[in-house]
Every structure is written in C-alpha cells, then in structure tokens.
Design a protein around this ligand. Structure first.
Ligand code: SDX
Length: 426
C-alpha cells in the first residue's frame, strides 16, 4: 500500500482496495479510481458529478471557497481590468498573453474570417420570425462543418488554429444575423474598421438608415463581460463539448453542443431568466413573497442568478460586474426600477438563514443582465452573449482534450433499477 494512496474497505467482505492519489498544482487532490470497477466489480455513483474530476487541465482554476478564478494563472480581476477580451481569448488558446504585435495579428486573423458563407443565409431564412436566437445560433454553428469543409482530423496546429479563428470570428456575425433575422430586420455585414466588440454591437444595433454612435463605455462594458465569461473549468457546457470531442466528432458539432447545453436556464440561460424574473416580480413590495417561494421546498421556484455548484462564496466575476454595474448606472441609464428590485433581493437573500446556510450568493448572471439590458441588447440575446464570451474557452478545452495522449471516449455507466428479464407473453 503506497503512502500516496487512499484505501477503501468493502465492509461486507473486509477486502481493501488501494487507489493512487494524484496531486494538482493547486487545489484538491484527486483519487484516481479508474480501476475501481475492474478491482471491485462495482461502479461509483456521483449525482451531477459533484465530487468527480473528469479530466486533467491546465486552463482555468477556481477556488470556490475563496471566490477565486484564474485563466492560465492570471487572476480574473487582472484580466477584466487590465486586458481585453481578445487578449484573454489569445491567452486561453496559446497559453500566454499576446504581445502587441501578436494581438494585432490575432485581431486581423479574426477580421478576415468575420464574414459567413452567403448560402448560410438560407438557413436563417428557414427559421420562423421570433425564433429564439439560441436556436438559430446552435444550428448555424453545427452547419459550419457543411459550409467550411475543414478536415475532420484537425491533425496540424495550423488546421486547429484555423478552426479556432473561424469559430471565434463567425459567432458574432452569426449571432447578430440570428437576431436581425428573428426580428425581420436586414442584416448588417461586418465593418472591418471596427474592433471585435464594436463590430458586434454595430451589426446588432445599426439600422440601414441611421446608427446611434456607440459610447466607448458601452464597448468597454461588453468587452469586460466577454472576458468574464471566457472559460470556467468543467462546467456543464464545457463538459458537453468535451464529451462530443471525445467521440472524434467535428469540432463545430462539439461547439454547437456547448451552445445547446449553455442555453439551459440552470446554466447560461440564467441571465435572461434573471431579467424575466425581475420583470415578473415587478415591485419591491413583492420581493418577500418570491423569496419565500424560493425557500419553499415544495415550490419549484428558484431565485435566478443565485447559487453555484462551485462558488460557496461570492463569484469573483459577480463582484467585478456589480462594481461595473454601479459605475454604469448613470452612463448607461440602467433601469432603476429593476435595479431597485435586484438590490432588494440581494439585501434580503444575503442576510437570510436559508441562503447563508446553503452558501447561495449572487452569481455572474445576477448582475450581467441589467448591464446587457442597458447596452440595448435584447434579453433573448443574453445567452448568445454568453456563447460569444465562452467560445475561446470551449475551443481551448477542445484542443487540450485532443492533445491528451491517453484521451478516452466519455462513456459512464449506471445504477440499473429497471425490470429483470421478462418472458414475452404469447
Ligand atoms: C452558470 O458551473 C459553472 O461554472 C456555471 C457558470 C459558468 O460560468 O459556466 O458559472 C455559469 O451557470 C451560473 C449559474 C446560473 N444558474 C442560475 O443562476 C440558476 C439558479 N441557480 C440554481 O439552479 C443552482 O444554484 C445551480 C444550478 C446554479 C447550482 O445547483 P447545485 O450545485 O446542483 O445546487 P443544488 O441544486 O443541489 O442546491 C443546493 C441547495 C438546495 O436546497 P436543499 O435541497 O439543500 O434544501 O440550495 C438550494 C437547493 O434547493 N438552491 C436554491 C437555489 N440554488 C440552490 N434555492 C433557491 N434559489 C436558488 N437559486
């Protein structure tokens, strides 16, 4: 029995089983139970994977207790305040922050790929008016493999980076087109003179006949939101991307799976749900009633934007967004009525035993919605904004999985509770 191992005893037989302990750079150690079934004849069971490490990774580190988040070793507050989203996307893909020249070249590579194949517009045409932009976006990203015939193998760094540049560059255009089509508006093509974030807001908001000039603070605010969403370890949508990547499916199919998983309101769809919930609550006089519903075990109502699987302290991204929101209240004319309700919810929840006992704090989605609304981004586009931020993270995780020499197809087992074999009736 090695010192660096954990021993499990089957108390039915007294038999003991040793499993090696793997040590991280920082954070919890890992008991490697890969041989658990072979050794014990049993499966482990971990609902929602609350205690399961699914991979080895060098990309993002979260300390949920301390409310800490790092991308490639850089603290999120440094990246959000001192760097741009494109700096962060480059860091996630290339493991180092870019020099000025590298950033300029990266930005140019994205601009060159910001247009989409004109025949993709037939796909947008197929959707009825008022389709949710996430339905269009997930389909359009999956369709990229039909319009751009990258080799499936992606077996050279150049091919992989081509795929990465295409996805990051085309998602803003597809996102803006998805929204414009869903509202019956003519699409606005990318303007290569504009920066990545400015160009997206332009394609989303410009009307053929007039275009309200963007304020620099609007571009900065959205850039910060993209940076804060860029990656987040093995969350549900990243896990979905990794599972699809492990089957050797096309990377665009894997990223499209991430978009679909992110859409859920328990995940990236929460930011839209927060605003809808604030609008439904409607007045600070109703807050107590909804807090009571959130606490009621028999009521499925949950406080959107509260709680997190990993953060049992303030989500550091939420702290940055809260400061940003408070700074922008005047510049961006943030909806004071909804802000008043949000502040009331936060004040009550943070002092209520139910939320304290369960470590339920406001998460990133609780604050992003009001800023996005003030940026005149329609709420049905909020999850799309999340996708645009998360795309570099998903791709970095896809690349890391593909680079792992011992990568295995994801194939968990189950606790079977179904019927024993039945003899078919005559
Ligand atoms: C994101 O994983 C990531 O990293 C995700 C993300 C990323 O960047 O990728 O950070 C982005 O998805 C943020 C989370 C956005 N979702 C929401 O805001 C939706 C509302 N939150 C919940 O649905 C919930 O908190 C989750 C889904 C976020 C976390 O769920 P868990 O970890 O499975 O926690 P749980 O459901 O087991 O809840 C533990 C307890 C339960 O009560 P008890 O059974 O112990 O009595 O807390 C309660 C829950 O009922 N609870 C809530 C609550 N969230 C948890 N009660 C009221 N309101 C809530 N929001």
């Amino acid at each position: 029995m090695s010192k660096d191992s954990i021993t499990i005893t089957d108390n039915r037989t007294g038999k003991q089983f040793d499993f090696p302990i793997l040590h991280p750079t920082i954070g919890p150690s890992v008991a490697d139970i890969s041989s658990f079934y072979k050794d014990t004849g049993m499966f482990t069971y971990d609902r929602g994977f609350t205690s399961t490490a699914s991979c080895r990774s060098r990309i993002t580190y979260i300390d949920g207790g301390a409310g800490k988040l790092m991308y490639r070793g850089y603290d999120i507050s440094y990246l959000a305040k001192e760097k741009t989203f494109l700096d962060t996307a480059y860091l996630l893909l290339h493991k180092e922050l870019p020099t000025k020249e590298q950033l300029k070249a990266f930005s140019f590579e994205l601009k060159k790929r910001s247009f989409i194949n004109e025949s993709m517009k037939k796909l947008f045409d197929a959707f009825p008016d008022n389709s949710h932009p996430m339905a269009i976006l997930s389909s359009a990203i999956a369709s990229l493999s039909a319009f751009y015939s990258d080799s499936l193998d992606m077996d050279t760094p150049e091919e992989v980076m081509e795929m990465a540049h295409r996805i990051i560059a085309k998602i803003p255009t597809i996102a803006a087109f998805s929204y414009r089509y869903s509202k019956g508006l003519p699409v606005i093509y990318p303007d290569l003179e504009k920066s990545f974030v400015e160009n997206f807001l332009y394609m989303l908001r410009a009307y053929p006949h007039n275009y309200a000039e963007l304020k620099p603070i609007e571009v900065e605010a959205l850039d910060t939101i993209f940076t804060l969403h860029a990656d987040h370890e093995q969350n549900a949508s990243t896990t979905a991307v990794r599972v699809v990547a492990s089957t050797q499916a096309h990377p665009y199919a894997a990223i499209s799976t991430g978009v679909s998983a992110l859409w859920g309101r328990a995940h990236g769809g929460a930011n839209e749900s927060v605003i809808r919930q604030l609008e439904m609550i409607g007045s600070i006089d109703n807050v107590d009633k909804y807090i009571a519903k959130a606490k009621d075990k028999n009521d499925p109502f949950r406080l959107m934007g509260f709680g997190h699987r990993v953060y049992k302290n303030f989500d550091p991204r939420a702290t940055i967004l809260k400061d940003l929101r408070n700074k922008l209240v005047d510049e961006l004319d943030i909806n004071s009525h909804l802000l008043e309700i949000a502040n009331r919810i936060e004040k009550i929840a943070l002092s209520d035993e139910y939320f304290i006992k369960r470590n339920l704090y406001p998460n990133i989605d609780f604050y992003s919605g009001l800023i996005l609304k003030a940026l005149k981004i329609p709420k049905e586009m909020f999850a799309v904004i999340f996708v645009m931020g998360r795309a570099p993270g998903w791709i970095a995780q896809w690349i890391e999985l593909k680079e792992q020499p011992d990568m295995k197809i994801a194939r968990p087992r189950q606790l079977y509770l179904g019927p024993l074999e039945r003899t078919p009736s005559k």
